[in-house]
Write a protein that binds this ligand. Sequence first.
Ligand code: DAH
Length: 348
Amino acid sequence: MSELKKLESSCLLEIANCGDLKKLDALRNVIFGKNGEFTKIVAELRDLNDEQKRKRGSEINLVKNNILDRLSAKFNELETRELNRKLASEFIDVSMPPRPDCSGKIHPLTKVEEEVVRILSSHGFEFADGPEIESEYFNFTALNVSDYHPARTMHDTFYVHKLADDEGRRLLRTHTSPVQIHAMLANKPPLRFFSLGKVYRSDYDATHTPMFHQIEGIMIDKSVGFSHLKWILLDFLKKFFEVKELQMRFRPSFFPFTEPSAEVDINYEIKNGKMIFGSGDKWLEICGCGTIHPNVLKSGNVDTKQYQGVAFGFGLERLTSLKYGVLDLRGYFESNERWINSFGFSAN
Ligand code: DAH
């Protein structure tokens, strides 16, 4: 048997016996690669004359095409086998039930925060911020809270450290009202700002948590007064509770930073165990407000001969609990998955 025929039959045998795609690829290299056996035979053509070259060339081509045909048939065979193996092992049962929905939920406080921001912004209130670690000056003194006011005691206020400078000791702000002063100092009247953020008080039971959130609003202008305050609060509460009618009652009250001060009640009734706002003759306290005390305006460098202002303050947790029926305040901050699954909102 000629050398060419020997090579042909040994190649065809190896191809036939090969059972693996990678090995088949390696075999192709051994035969046709740069230093492959077939390449060597082709190289020998160099030493022949034209006549011999033509004859030998056509013999080599026949063998080459035969081997290439077998190689590609083998590639197809092995690829099909591999595909079938994959299809069998990676079988997907489309009749299986889907996995349980485990997407996250929006915390009710976040939801209400968004609602409040949307309503107040629509009335032209801009957001103002202040630090959570405040000085006694901004948290109390600038807001006309007297030196002997009980809120200043360690019992109610978390002091960060006792060292005092011109602004007094540092503390965790007990309300968002100091933002009023920051907003007045940073801007010239007329002003219309709101703030929303964390406040801290030393208290813990079903209706108090040591950290909670407040919303603060101020309007300062040449002729702003209680009537503006009343309209803004009524519109805000109607939109927030999504009711067309709502009764409000202003009860005289006392806050050091407003004079006169009032607490606002709204009417409600209980139907099927749910609070319905805007109907019925029960009253529920919802926020504090008043005309800003001249001493507070002075702390904010506002000219009290030209300007006056009104302010209001809400508890975010209280608004949220009333709208969405959350009874125990502590649940808000316990990161309990069952709680968030029952009170949280889906993202869409
Ligand atoms: N800062 C008061 C509090 O923590 C709430 C408050 C009442 C804010 C009356 C106000 C206001 O702006 O006018 O209880």
